[in-house]
Design a protein around this ligand. Structure first.
Ligand code: ADP
Ligand code: MG
Length: 476
């Protein structure tokens, strides 16, 4: 085994790491073998994998049929060992049958390859961060439906939407951007939209999006693999870091600590951070005070519960996307009825559309109520006058205070009469009681309103429908 005569020059340190040999001078045959395999790896595994993982591999020693190859981090070692080493061995063996084993060793701060300086390899080159993160499964996949053009803007989410757009248009307009709001109100949608848009408009930026849960999981994994270095390197070299649902790390002290340092390192380099949570920074109990206050330094944008108009807008947009015509009355009914959460709203639309497909029946208000029975029943409650006033005000887009006010303009007087009519129909309150709830009006006023609406129902189909929708919504 003459060409493998080079002595094993590396030394195992007290800490178990293999230290770099100062003098390993491979024979020309070995040098040639390695060069050949090195180039072959690039061809076979592709440029992205090669640059992320294989490029830093350096010939370290050769002895007794073993080729010893160094890499700069433990993480890289594990990764290569799991994914590539068998194939690399085959390549080597194809060149020289004498190669029987490949030993990957970690040599911190000492990397040599044929083309690259060691220092450059310590931190992955910027263009590689995306590849590398993807390889490592660090970032989360982006939902192709969650883009800016499918996000419907209304009063309740206008601020968050504007802030998200600014982050794409300007370079770090505020840091961090903190978006918060209840479940299913579009936080994740907005974050994905930012990531998509950045990929398109600023492809040179490395963007990383992941949930706080995943951040923690990766961090713990890095600790187990004793390779927090790679973890830190990757997270601290992105241009835009997006962490979704940060409330998840409440009570997880070491993850918070790591996130705090990552956060600071990125802010110091003027790199954009975007965070989402289900509540305001100040209300994130279980999260360290330092971190909480740091997170509110930039722009804090909240997404409010949706309005009727927004819900209707979303439903209409959705019908457009899936290319379906659904009667307005049905959409209005859904928008009125399913108020808590946009995910549920979209789910109910999908359900009625699917039902119509299967049964080959048209979508009607009746079929909708039937299909969504369980959902609607779970929302069933005793109706109160307050609720009636609120629904009616929302439906007609008037202020709730107009239910009590003395204003007599038609656009507020008619909705008020509808509300009184519904209060009479749907509650057991007496006319004087209802009158009192409507800004202390007389019972004869209530009586007049009830009669007036009864008349109008008979002659004005659109008003009849309004009342019908409101009644069904309120009663489930
Ligand atoms: P969150 O992350 O706040 O819990 P998501 O972003 O996952 O909520 O949104 C839930 C669902 O509602 C998604 O399907 C999303 O596309 C949709 N959605 C929420 N807000 C809007 C909006 N303004 N326009 C269109 N779709 C929306
Ligand atoms: Mg979310």
């Amino acid at each position: 085994m003459s060409e493998f005569g080079g002595k094993k020059a590396s030394v195992v340190s007290l800490y178990g790491q293999v230290l770099a040999p100062d003098t390993f001078d491979p024979t020309p045959e070995i040098r040639e073998l390695w060069d050949k395999v090195y180039n072959q790896m690039r061809e076979e595994f592709g440029e992205a994998v090669f640059r992320s993982w294989l490029k830093p591999m350096a010939l370290q020693a050769a002895y007794h049929g073993t080729l010893e190859i160094s890499v700069p981090t433990r993480f890289m070692k594990d990764w290569i060992q799991t994914n590539y080493v068998m194939r690399i061995l085959e390549m080597c063996a194809a060149v020289s049958a004498e190669v029987k084993r490949i030993e990957i060793v970690v040599v911190h701060g000492h990397v040599k390859t044929d083309e690259t300086e060691g220092s450059a390899l310590q931190v992955p080159a910027k263009a590689n961060v995306n590849d590398m993160a993807a390889q490592l499964d660090l970032s989360s996949p982006l939902d192709p439906r969650f883009k800016f053009d499918t996000f419907v803007v209304g009063k309740s989410n206008a601020l968050a939407h504007a802030a998200a757009s600014r982050v794409v248009e300007c370079n770090v307009p505020f840091n961090p951007l903190f978006i918060y709001g209840g479940v299913g109100l579009g936080k994740t949608h907005l974050m994905h939209a930012i990531a998509w848009e950045l990929q398109e408009k600023r492809p040179e930026k490395s963007v990383m999006y992941l949930s706080a849960e995943k951040f923690m999981y990766q961090f713990v994994r890095a600790i187990r693999a004793q390779d927090t270095m790679t973890f830190k390197e990757i997270f601290r070299s992105v241009d835009v870091l997006m962490i979704d649902d940060i409330q998840f790390i409440a009570g997880k002290d070491s993850t918070q600590e790591e996130f705090f340092h990552t956060f600071n390192a990125l802010v110091d380099q003027n790199k954009q951070i975007i965070i989402s949570a289900d509540r305001a920074p100040s209300e994130l109990t279980g999260i360290d005070e330092r971190l909480r206050s740091r997170m509110s330094w930039g722009l804090v944008a909240d997404i409010h519960p949706s309005t009727y108009d927004l819900r209707l807008g979303i439903l209409k947009a959705r019908c457009g996307q899936i290319g379906r015509e659904v009667p307005d009355a049905v959409l209005e009914f859904l928008a009125l009825k399913i108020t808590s959460n946009i995910r549920e709203l979209e789910g109910s639309l999908n359900r009625i559309v699917a039902h119509a497909d299967v049964t080959k029946c048209a979508i009607t208000l009746e079929s909708t109520q039937e299909v969504l029975q369980d959902l609607l029943r779970s929302n069933d409650r005793r109706v109160t006058i307050d609720e009636i006033q609120k629904q009616v005000a929302e439906h007609y887009n008037v202020r709730l205070s107009d239910m009590h006010s003395a204003r007599r303009a038609r656009q507020v007087a008619r909705p008020r009469q509808v509300a009184m009519y519904l209060a009479k129909q749907l509650t057991s309150r007496s006319l004087p009681e209802i009158g009192r709830k409507f800004g202390g009006r007389d019972h004869t006023t209530v009586m007049h309103a009830v009669r007036k609406i009864e008349e109008l129902i008979a002659e004005d189909p659109s008003l009849a429908q309004d009342v019908d929708i409101l009644r069904r919504t309120l009663t489930g």
